[in-house]
Ligand binder design. Structure first.
Ligand code: CA
Length: 236
């Protein structure tokens, strides 16, 4: 099955160039030119990756990413036209997996697309391998919070909670280093990897999301605490 990519770009010539080049790489490609169609297509297609422009008619890329993030764990590669958008892409509520600043080369784009899809594929394989019936569930339990490593599922108060793949990896990493002070840089390197382009604000954003999902009161976190001088500690 070829991997599916949704391209959301309103500049037609760029949309066509992107589609042409990604199809040539063997991907199944769909294109749309505005934010609302992006939501509709993403829900119908369930793409493996979305290439998402920010400045779009109807609804901008930030809003599209924010909505889709809650619904699916599809990788999002954002296209930014201005430097001042980058802060929002990596540092705020958006949660793109990666971004490219226009203008960019097709070689660069394809490299980034492949990297994201490789990551997603590895994740799926891990899930697939762990679905064997006779393997007992490996879990980490912290009171009412259970991380099921076998199913890559997190259960809070007996109900599963929806985490995107990065949130899950981050939580697992923190939990495996319980009560240790972990610097943002160390977390970034170990959870996102050496090749990750973003900066350590990415860690803060994901910690904030995790807190909203697993803390009783995310403004007074008890599980993931901030350590003065630059890091986080998982208390359990
Ligand atoms: Ca645009």
């Amino acid at each position: 099955m070829p991997e599916k990519i949704l391209i959301v770009e309103d500049e037609l010539s760029l949309q066509e160039t992107l589609a042409y080049n990604l199809k040539k790489e063997g991907y199944l490609v769909e294109t749309v030119g505005d934010g609302r169609s992006a939501l509709t297509s993403a829900r119908a297609l369930r793409p493996d990756l979305i290439v998402l422009d920010i400045m779009l008619p109807e609804m901008d890329g930030f809003e599209v990413a924010r909505i889709l993030r809650k619904e699916m764990s599809t990788a999002i590669l954002m296209l930014t036209a201005r430097d001042d958008e980058i802060d929002r892409v990596v540092g705020l509520e958006v949660g793109a997996d990666d971004y490219l600043t226009k203008p960019f080369s097709m070689r660069e784009l394809i490299a980034r697309v492949k990297a994201q899809l490789r990551r997603a594929r590895l994740l799926r394989e891990e899930i697939g391998n762990s679905r064997t019936e006779d393997i007992p569930h490996q879990t980490l339990t912290f009171d009412n919070l259970v991380i099921d490593l076998t199913r890559r599922e997190v259960i809070l108060n007996n109900s599963p909670i929806a985490l995107n793949p990065k949130e899950y990896e981050l939580l697992l990493f923190l939990a495996e280093h319980r009560r240790q002070m972990l610097s943002r840089e160390f977390i970034l390197e170990r959870v996102w990897g050496w090749d990750y382009i973003g900066d350590s604000r990415t860690v803060d954003v994901h910690v904030r999301w995790l807190r909203q999902k697993i803390e009783e009161n995310s403004s007074e976190p008890k599980r993931i605490v901030t350590v003065r001088g630059g890091g986080y500690r998982f208390e359990g």
